[in-house]
Structure formats: C-alpha cells, structure tokens
Design a protein around this ligand. Structure first.
Ligand SMILES: *Cc1c(COP(=O)(O)O)cnc(C)c1O
Length: 416
C-alpha cells in the first residue's frame, strides 16, 4: 500500500513538479477543481496590467494594430492547435463554448442538408453537459425543419443509435460527471460509416488528455480555455473545423470579423476562407489576452508527459480513497480503465454535497454535481502526489467524524 513517503518520493522525481511555481495558488489550499476553473498562471497578473495600462490606456484604438488585438483569436488558435492535433490556421479562440457549438452544429446541419436532406437526427447522450443539449434543442427549434435529438443513456447504446437518419453525432469527449472518455477514433469512424458528421466537445479534454483531431478524422470540435488550459474565468473558447469542410458553408453568426474584407465595410457578407469565418464580433480583449499565459505553460511540456502524470494521480487518488475511506461506502463512477478515463475522478455519496462543503472548509477544493457526485479534478501542471495524499487524509477524517453533518454544510450555494 502507498505511504506518504512514497508520495513524497514521487514528487521528488516528477519532471513536471517545477511547473507548479508558475501558478499562483493560495497557501493552505489543495486545488482539485482545475477541470472547472483552472488556477491562475503567475504571468496573468502582469499580462492583465499590460493590456489595461499600456495597450488600452496608452495605445488606445491603435492597439488593434500595434498590440496585435486584431488577429489575437487566430494567433492563440495556432498556439492551442498542437494540444488538439489541429494544424496551423485551423483553430480560432473566440466567443464561448455554447456559442461555438451553435456555429458548428448549424454548419454541420447545412452541410448535411446539401448532401442528404432526409437526415434529421442529432445523436448525443442524455448525460452530456446541459448547455450542449440546450443549444442543440434551440437550434432544432429555430430551423423548423423537423430536427430531433436522439439521446443515448450509456456509451454502449451508441452503435445502435447511429443509423442512416443521423446527420450529426455530437459528443463530449470526456463526460463532465463521470470522467468517462470516449474512443474518438472508433466513434468518428462509426459515424462516418453511417454518413453522419462527427462533432466533439473537448471542454474536459483540451490540456487534460492527448487529442489528435486529424488522426481521428473528426469533422468539428469546440472546447473551453478556462478549465485545464488556465485561461481565466470566462476566457474565450476554441473552435476547429476540418479543412475539408470549413469552406463549404457559411455559419449563421456571420458577423463582421468573419468577413473576408472586414474593413471594406460592404453591405453584403462574404465569408473569409478557413476558420476566420467562425469569428463573429469584437472580443473582450482583456480576457482573450489571458489565454496566452495558460498556453505558454503548456509549451514547456507535452501532452504525453501530462497524461502519464494525470493517470498516476488519478490511480493514486482512487487507490487511497478506497483504502482510507473503505468503510464509508463511496462509489467510484469513473472508469478504472486508463483508455476510458479523463483527468477527473468522481465518487458518489448520499451526502456528497455536504461532504464537499466540509472539504472546502478544510482547504480541499473539489466540487459537487447532481445527483450525489463528488468530483475531483487532477491537473498535472500543479497537482502533486502529496496533494492527493493529504486530500484523501482530510476526506477520511471528515467521513470518520461525520464532520459534514452540520447545517452550514447543507446550505445550497448558487454555484455548486
Ligand atoms: C464547461 C462546459 C461547457 C461550458 O460552456 P460555456 O459556454 O463556456 O458556458 C460546455 N460544454 C461542456 C461539455 C463543458 O464541460
């Protein structure tokens, strides 16, 4: 069985350990929620000051050119591209994940209307992140063409759900509750065999697990930068479209930033070639600029090293919880199989909400998802093996002493 000194030895040998110094983590906190909001890179503070004081304050409107604001979305896209197996000029960092999903799902349905108009089904899973399902619902209603959502209840129902009626298979690569990771290659191939397009939400994958969109043959992808990529609260999302499809149709949020001659100020829209047509309007530049600080840290390592540490951290956490908290009946809902596991681990407990609040009161920050799920994110850039040990000791202590059973831990906050 693992011991504290074994965890300390793992930290001493960990080649990624020095990167933790590039994050401003508060004293006394073990942060296991980087899957929801990444920690702040130290560099973000100076970068924000530079954007506000120099670029905005002194540069004023000139900064669209002189500080490179005008092409920031595409420059950041190029820096992010290697993390998802995309090429140069194929990714834009802009808008939100919800909005980018609207754009790519609309585009995918347009492509299919031209190819096989009879395809009216969008396949997804009932436990997908709610915004993904809501956006698909809203788009189907807007289009008024009889589109329906076909939701599966578990991954093994997918092969039967993907048939000749399906236009798009829209999946989140790593499930936000369970941490289950789909086989992107196999499901994309299956979708294509049936003539469907494949759309991947990488919100819980980008910066967490290796992704190769080109090798998988994917058609569309979107995802967050404020989770594992540490871009800051509400930082812009990314959007990728396969080069084979990107110029086929216009996406409906065709604002002036996507126009091929933006400053010609023409009365009619003419889309840019490539991913630039997925830009819409002016971005909050102070937020967008922060994304760069997160990506700079990823450029000092590689996804294979991060994945190896992520699996070691999640293995250790599962082993320790099952040993230290054995009598408390926690139920693991995250796959044990490495190939099916993302970078967070979830356990069910009937009083999961109160247990998480009691943990937060002790400085261990995880989060809670309905119905009974305690969720713990592991971010190899700044989570140590000793953090895992300490977090499980505190969890065990809270469960042994029923510390969670106090009224203040049962008050529901608006964000859980
Ligand atoms: C976090 C997350 C989102 C968030 O979308 P926003 O538009 O940024 O609020 C969307 N989809 C998935 C799968 C997520 O995990």
């Amino acid at each position: 069985m693992t011991t504290l000194s074994h965890c300390q030895a793992l930290d001493a040998q960990d080649p990624l350990a020095p990167l933790r110094a590039q994050f401003a983590l508060p004293e006394g906190v073990i942060y296991l929620d980087g899957n929801s909001l990444g920690a702040r890179p130290v560099a973000s503070l100076a970068r924000a000051q530079q954007v506000i004081a120099q670029e905005w304050g002194n540069g004023l409107i000139r900064s669209w050119n002189s500080a490179g604001w005008a092409d920031l979305s595409l420059r950041l896209g190029n820096r992010l591209a290697p993390l998802i197996g995309a090429g140069e000029g194929e990714v834009a960092v802009t808008d939100t994940t919800s909005i980018n999903l609207f754009k790519v799902l609309s585009a995918a349905l347009s492509v299919q209307r031209e190819r096989v108009p009879a395809r009216k089904v969008i396949v997804s899973e009932a436990s997908n992140f709610p915004t993904d399902l809501y956006i698909a619902e809203g788009l189907a209603e807007l289009l008024q063409q009889g589109y329906t959502l076909r939701l599966v209840n578990s991954p093994d129902e997918l092969p039967r759900a993907i048939d000749q009626d399906v236009a798009v298979v829209m999946l989140t690569h790593v499930n936000y509750k369970t941490g289950y990771m789909y086989d992107m290659h196999a499901l994309t191939a299956l979708s294509h065999e049936c003539g469907a397009l494949s759309l991947w939400d990488l919100a819980h994958s980008a910066g967490a697990v290796p992704i190769d969109l080109h090798a998988a043959g994917a058609d569309y992808a979107i995802g967050c930068t404020y989770k594992y990529l540490n871009g800051g609260p509400g930082s812009q999302a990314f959007v990728w479209v396969s080069p084979a499809l990107v110029d086929l149709v216009r996406q409906p949020l065709s604002g002036w930033f996507g126009h091929t001659r933006q400053f010609a100020m023409e009365s009619n829209y003419a889309p840019s070639a490539g991913i630039a047509r997925y830009l819409c309007g002016t971005q909050p530049i102070t937020s967008l600029a922060m994304v760069e600080c997160g990506l700079e840290i990823f450029e000092q390592t590689d996804m294979a090293s991060l994945r190896a540490k992520s699996l070691a951290l999640t293995d250790l956490f599962i082993e320790r919880v099952e040993a230290r908290c054995a009598v408390h009946g926690l139920k693991l809902i995250t796959p044990r199989e490495h190939a099916r596991r993302g970078s967070h681990v979830s356990f069910e407990h009937p009083e999961g909400y109160a247990v998480i609040q009691a943990l937060i009161a002790r400085g261990v920050i995880g989060d809670y998802r309905e119905p009974r799920i305690m969720r713990f994110g592991f971010t190899p850039l700044y989570t140590s093996f000793t953090d895992v040990w300490d977090a499980v000791e505190i969890l065990g202590d809270i469960l042994d002493n029923t510390t969670w059973d106090q009224p203040q831990f049962k008050v529901r906050n608006s964000v859980t």
